[in-house]
Structure formats: C-alpha cells, structure tokens
Ligand binder design. Structure first.
Ligand code: C2E
Ligand code: MG
Ligand code: MG
Length: 548
C-alpha cells in the first residue's frame, strides 16, 4: 500500500511537472484532474530564490483553496549551486494526519529530485553553447554560427578573428585569478558593446576568443583590441589595461566550413604571436603553411576555372630591327578578391599534379578564342605562344589534343606556338621529341623556353627540332649591372649556335637599351621584356595589336 502510493505520487509529480508552466491558480482543479488523482494535500508551490532572495523561477502552484489550511503551510528548503535556494511550500489539508505529513515529506523529496533532473537537462543545453566561467558563448556556438551563415550564403559579410590576450599570465600573477576571471567577463562584455545580435564573441579557451563580426565593425573591434582599460572591481583603482593579438580572416563567399575558418585564423594568430612588430595578422593563403597552401590552391583552382578567375595576360614580343610587334606570350594571372596572384605562387603547386595540364588547355582555349575574334573583327593576329608544362609529356595524345582545340576555334595553326621546357628524364626526353615532331607536322611551332636555365642541354637542341630558342632572362643578368665579358661571350655563342642550327632566337627579360645593344651586336633581333611591355590584360593587348 505504501509503495503503491509512492509510485502514484511520483507519477503525479512527473505529470504535473510537465505541465508546470501551464498551470496557474485558476486552473488548479483542471491540473489535479489531469493528474488523474485527487491529491491528498491542498497545494504545493515550488520556487527558486537567488542569493538576494528574489524569486527567479516559480514552477508549480496549484491549490484547492476551500480545503487548504494556509496557517499550516510548511516550507522545505534545498540549497542549490550559486546561492540559489529551492523552496517547496506545502499547504496541508485542514485535517492533516501525522501519517499524511510523512507522505508529504516524501513527496517533496521526489519532486525535488525530478526537478533537479530537469534542471540538469536544461543546464546541459545551456553549457553546450556557453562557457561556464564567463557565461559568454563558447567555441561550439562560434562554429555553429559560422556554418549557419555559410549555409545561408551570408558568410562574406563577416570577418573572423582569433584573439589572444597579451601577457595574461602576468596579469594573473599581478591581480590574482579571481580578479582575472572578472577581467575576462568584463572584457568580453566590452567587446560586445556596439555589436549586433548576429555577431559573436566567444571564449574558446583560457585567454583566447573567437569573434565573428560584421565587416563594418572590424575597425571598431581592432581599436578595442589595441588597448582597453578594464575595471574588475568596485574600487576606482581596480583597472587594468588589456591588449590582444589577433589573427584576422575577412571571409569570402567560398569558405566551406567553420573548420577552414578556425584553421585560417589560428594560422594568422600564430603569425602575429611570432612577430615582434605585428599585433594583428591577416590570413593570407600565401603565408599559410605549405600543405595548407597546396590544399587551398587545389580546392580553389577548380572553381577558378569555372568562374574564369584565371585571366590571360599577353606580353608582347618585338622586333629589334623596327620595334614592331611580332608576337606575344600568354601568361596566367589568377584573380583572388580583386588581387592578382602571380604564376610563381600557384604554377609550382599545380605542377605537382596534372592540374597544370587543365590550366594549359584552359589558356590555349582562351587564346584561340581571342585569335578567332580578332580575325572576325578584321584585326590581323600575331603568333601567340602558350606555355605547356612538362607534365604533358606523358600524354600520348597531346599533339592531337592541341590540334583539336585550334581546329575547334578555326585558328590557323601558324598563330600558335607551344613553349616547352626541357627535362632530364630520358623517357620524357624521347616524348618531348615526338611531340615537337608531331606538332611540326600540323604546322604548329615549338620553342624551348628558359634556355640556359636548369635542365636545358645542347643535346636537346641538337635532337629536337624546335623552331625557336628562348634565351632565359638570367642570361642578361641584373638590369643595373652591365653584362661582363663572360656573359657577353656566352650570349654571343648561344645566339650564333641557334642561328647556325636554323633556329630563331628570342631573348626574355630585356629591360634596358644596353640589353638591346648586346642582342643586336650578336644578331638576335627578337625580344620580350619590360623595356617594351609587361604582360598586359587582353583589352590592353588588343589596343597594342590594332595600333601595330
Ligand atoms: P616564362 O614562360 O619564362 O614567362 C616569362 C616570365 O618572365 C613571365 O613571368 C614574365 O612576366 C617575365 N618577364 C618578362 N619580361 C621580363 C623582364 O623584362 N624582366 C623580368 N624580371 N621578368 C620578365 P610570369 O608571368 O610571372 O611567369 C612566370 C612563369 O610562370 C612563366 O615563365 C611560365 O613558366 C609560368 N607560367 C605562366 N603562365 C603559365 C601557364 O599558363 N601555364 C604554364 N605551364 N606555365 C605558366
Ligand atoms: Mg614561357
Ligand atoms: Mg621563359
């Protein structure tokens, strides 16, 4: 009998608890009936009081006023964490027996436990997104916000920051850890001042924070990070000056997940931490570590091709006899957020895989399209050379693939030249020979690029029928230093060898009139270099082309 009653009471408790927030004094009868049982006491009220005695939560209150003896109300108090007290007030029926009083005690205990369990669930949800020490949001909250904004395609409105307080360990020693805790709370409050609800200031660990703020608030936050006076007590002298280092990432629409953001701002923060002068460092894919940089380019490359973010620049080639335009070299320029990435920063990475081959065919396609359009507009094209990486050498169909692109755009074969660099590997050497012969059969000329650098050898130009020899810019040396006798002698013999072998010869890196003089003296009449033009965008090149 006793056990039965206990279970009934617990069941009633659970049911009533689940309805706690919908029950009020007016609906008491209803509540009691829903519980399926006439309870043996008049009423019960549960509230929580904070340290100052204010009611912070009132969970249950139901009465059967006509039967209740309010003068016999009995309070059961339980101390909870953080100075909160749970108070259960039981209003007994008018003729309450001693036995019933015991039941009531038992009931209250059960109710308290059930209530605690519910609180635990609420706490677990709260602490999933909040830091227990400062009550500010935490890393999980920051991460979920990032992913939410990415999903809703608004992430590019924000800047992410990883922030680390400078010298916080010393501050702990100076003012003690309790005060430091207060500094953290007040500092975060201060950072949040002036921000909107969609912006995030989360504590990620000790003295480290992650921020996701609107781009227009970036300067305001940086000003606060530079230096802020934070008060941690009631005394006017309880003030410390706090400054912080930050890794900053101005987010772009192509960010894929919070993982990339966290990685990027951490890398940038490391740059700031390791630097004597920098307090803030911006995430830059170029300064990111090698593997990350590689990953960045590989992932971004595919999109860049689709979005045509890689533009083709043209560098004119000129005749040194009359300074007329005689051709151009197509060079890749990758546009990222309005900035140009030079080929040296991404070509070597793409060359580690066959992605470079995709790039070269992309360039060839665009060049052919341009040439076709010039022809259609009555502008006489010049021969454009396209760089082909040695990675193509394993492609047995390379000649066929190149010819197919030219024919697709109906480009006369004499307007394209293929620039190749040499290789030291024998198998590749044979492949290179086949390709140059193959292209020649289709009327497409090849040039040996960067001659005099790295791997080029005399046997290469002896065995492979290149039409053009491009002398590497290093042969001309520094533009501010006049070529010495040895350089002059080398230049003279390379040019005369090329001429004797029936090859055309062009010099790269022509930057001043001394270079021009040297080339002419040695009968090299073709040049490419900053003296004449840097690589220019297509529209600019078209102007040069029409003027010539
Ligand atoms: P490269 O084929 O030898 O191209 C000539 C490079 O010399 C270009 O650098 C050009 O800007 C630079 N240059 C030209 N004149 C002067 C000068 O007077 N002074 C100096 N200091 N430099 C001069 P860029 O455009 O940075 O290209 C670097 C290299 O990247 C190219 O060397 C080429 O090997 C590679 N590259 C560029 N675009 C492509 C591409 O679409 N495919 C492949 N496979 N490689 C490419
Ligand atoms: Mg080249
Ligand atoms: Mg070159």
């Amino acid at each position: 009998m006793k056990k039965e009653l206990c279970e009934d009471v617990i069941m009633d408790c659970a049911e009533l608890l689940s309805k706690a927030h919908t029950v009020d004094a007016e609906e008491n009868k209803e509540a009691v009936r829903v519980a399926g049982k006439e309870l043996q006491f008049g009423g019960l009220e549960m509230k929580r009081l904070d340290a100052e005695g204010n009611t912070v939560l009132q969970s249950i209150c139901f009465m059967k006023p006509e039967n209740v003896d309010r003068s016999l109300a009995k309070e059961y108090c339980y101390a909870e964490e953080n100075g909160v007290t749970a108070v259960y007030t039981v209003y007994p029926l008018k003729d309450q027996s001693e036995r019933m009083q015991k039941w009531l005690n038992f009931f209250v205990m059960q109710l308290h436990e059930a209530n605690e369990r519910q609180n635990l669930v609420q706490d677990a949800n709260y602490y999933r997104y909040h830091d227990p020490q400062t009550k500010h949001t935490n890393m999980a909250y920051f991460s979920e916000c990032c992913d939410f904004y990415i999903k809703n395609k608004i992430i590019d409105r924000y800047t992410a920051m990883s922030v680390n307080l400078t010298d916080f360990t010393n501050l702990n020693l100076m003012i003690g850890s309790r005060n430091c805790d207060m500094v953290l709370i007040r500092y975060m409050d201060w950072l949040k001042e002036g921000l909107e609800d969609d912006e995030v200031v989360s504590r990620t660990s000790g003295d480290q924070f992650a921020l996701l703020i609107r781009k227009e608030h970036e300067e305001m936050i940086l000003e606060k990070l530079r230096s802020s006076d934070i008060s941690y007590g009631t005394n006017p002298n309880d003030v410390v000056t706090v400054s912080a280092e930050a890794g900053i990432y101005r987010l772009t629409a192509d960010v894929e997940s919070h993982h990339n953001i966290i990685q990027a701002v951490s890398n940038a923060l490391n740059v700031a931490k390791n630097s004597v002068q920098l307090q803030f460092a911006y995430y830059d894919p170029l300064t990111a570590d090698a593997s990350e940089k590689k990953k960045f380019y590989e992932e971004a490359f595919e999109k860049a091709l689709i979005n045509e973010d890689i533009h083709i620049f043209f560098q004119p080639k000129v005749s040194l006899k009359d300074y007329d335009l005689i051709g151009a070299e197509a060079l890749s320029r990758w546009f990222v957020n309005g900035e140009i990435l030079p080929p040296d920063s991404f070509i070597p990475i793409l060359e580690e895989t066959t992605r470079i081959c995709e790039l070269d065919f992309y360039v060839l396609g665009h060049v052919c399209k341009s040439i076709q359009s010039w022809i259609q507009h009555g502008v006489k094209p010049v021969k454009v050379s396209v760089n082909f990486s040695r990675r193509h050498l394993s492609n047995k169909n390379l000649v066929h693939d190149i010819v197919q692109v030219l024919d697709k755009y109906e480009v006369p074969h004499q307007y394209i030249e293929v620039e190749l660099t040499e290789t030291t590997i024998d198998a590749d050497y044979e492949a290179l020979k086949q390709i140059v012969y193959g292209l020649r059969e289709y009327g497409i000329e090849s040039s040996v690029d960067d001659f005099g650098m790295g791997y080029s050898s005399l046997s290469l130009i002896r065995d492979v029928p290149f039409k053009v020899l491009k002398i590497d810019k290093s042969f001309l040396g520094d533009k501010n230093v006049e070529p010495d006798e040895r350089q002059r002698a080398m230049m003279k013999h390379v040019i005369s060898m090329a001429n004797d072998l029936g090859m055309e010869c062009i010099a790269e890196g022509v930057e001043n009139m001394e270079h021009v003089q040297l080339l002419k003296e040695n009968k090299c009449y073709m040049a490419q270099g900053f003296l004449f033009n840097k690589p220019v965008p297509q529209e600019e090149f078209e102007e040069i082309l029409t003027q010539s």
